[in-house]
Design a protein around this ligand. Structure first.
Ligand code: FNR
Length: 378
């Protein structure tokens, strides 16, 4: 209502409310390197496209005389009440799109009442983001350091800064072939972006001969090799279970057998995701992986979903296919690029308004009620 009334009063939004134009508009405000880094995918970007195309194969079937002005977007995720089934996906190096970076995202997420997931590759430290997020719900995403003491230190810091849930990303144990970045010789990490979590870690600093301030080049490489390029197996998850008291969610699951293994490993949740098409070129769309995974483990762990969510109806389709909630990636980063915290707020509020109206107009009152009958294959 607020957004509509503002419009009727002649107040224009800070930038378009059309989620499909966010990317092209971001191209106008960002340098080519940062823009391509955010928008790009692995290889030929076939999986980036597949993620969007998959949503086009499903449609909502609106029901009549059952919608209501009294609607309820709330649900629970891992036992905690959330104001809507949407979380901010972990996105590293946000300083490349806006100087306020993750602190702005954290403020906006708290204002709108959505959980945010902070990346290990954040350009802002764990504690600083927690301060900006205040009473918001925050989760911490782990790129697992090869040194167990450094890993334990990150987990201790996240827990004591009030991060409730650990998200372990499995699909980026090494960085994919990304021609758009290679063509521009643009890798933000090599420029020292996204190092804040590592460089502020006392245990990591203790391993260095010179501080990151005195010898940034060496520290950058040490940190990059610390969080990528280590072989882990399923048994290695026990270490994380031992060092984290809260729920653990595995991000990057696409095969039902891996979902079953996550259950066997005692995990609390999974994110069906292909990292927004940034890791395996030619991988199936994340949405196409969702039904099989839900059928395999949906009654035993909470299944979250990301990769390709752009609109309210996308959220509803993912929920109808069995996801408990979705993670939003690039769209809020484009909002950040445009207008810092205000831009992130604008994108999130627009998505929630779209979700709310589409829910009601499809004949549903509560997101919790969505099931397979709400959709059909086109
Ligand atoms: C990501 N993603 C990501 N994931 C993660 O676990 N840790 C990270 O540091 C990052 N960093 C990152 C940077 C950028 C620029 C992008 C676009 C994405 C992946 C992210 O969490 C999520 O899986 C995808 O972005 C979801 O797809 P959409 O919504 O962008 O299509």
């Amino acid at each position: 209502n607020e957004i509509y009334l503002q419009g009727l009063g002649g107040v224009l939004p800070p930038f378009s409310t059309d989620p499909t134009t966010l990317e092209s508009a971001a191209r106008e405000v960002l340098e080519s390197g940062p823009f391509s880094y955010v928008a790009g995918g692995a290889g030929s970007a076939s999986t980036v496209r597949a993620n969007r195309e998959a949503f086009g194969r499903w449609g909502l079937v609106p029901r009549m005389l059952t919608g209501s002005t009294e609607r309820d977007l709330t649900t629970t995720v891992l036992g905690r009440e959330v104001s809507a089934p949407v979380l901010l996906a972990p996105v590293g190096v946000q300083s490349i799109v806006h100087p306020d970076a993750e602190a702005a995202t954290a403020r906006a997420a708290a204002d709108v009442g959505l959980p945010m997931i902070l990346s290990t590759a954040s350009s802002t430290g764990i504690e600083d983001v927690a301060a900006a997020n205040g009473a918001g719900d925050r989760w911490f995403q782990l790129y697992r350091p090869s040194d167990p003491d450094v890993c334990a230190s990150l987990l201790r810091r996240a827990a004591s800064a009030g991060y409730t849930t650990l998200v372990v990303t499995l699909d980026t144990w090494t960085l994919a072939w990304r021609p758009t970045d290679l063509d521009q010789a643009y890798l933000p990490f090599l420029k020292g972006e996204g190092m804040a979590v590592g460089f502020s870690d006392p245990v990591f600093r203790g391993l260095l001969e010179k501080t990151p301030e005195d010898d940034p080049a060496t520290a950058i490489l040490r940190w990059l090799f610390m969080i990528t390029g280590t072989d882990y197996d399923w048994a290695s998850l026990a270490f994380l279970r031992d060092h984290w008291d809260g729920p653990i969610v595995l991000k990057g699951i696409q095969h039902p057998d891996d979902a079953r293994r996550a259950v066997d490993a005692g995990m609390d949740g999974i994110v069906v995701s292909n990292h927004g098409g940034r890791q395996v070129d030619g991988a199936i769309a994340a949405l196409d992986a969702l039904p099989e995974v839900v059928a395999a483990v949906g009654d035993r762990v909470e299944v979250l979903f990301d990769s390709g969510v752009r609109t309210g109806s996308d959220v509803l389709i993912a929920l109808a296919l069995g996801a408990r909630a979705v993670l939003l990636g690039r769209p809020y980063v484009y909002g950040l690029a445009h207008a810092g915290a205000d831009g992130v707020r604008h994108v999130l509020r627009g998505l929630l308004a779209d979700l709310d109206l589409t829910l009601g107009l499809s004949g549903h009152r509560r997101v919790r009620d969505l099931g397979p009958d709400a959709i059909r294959r086109r």
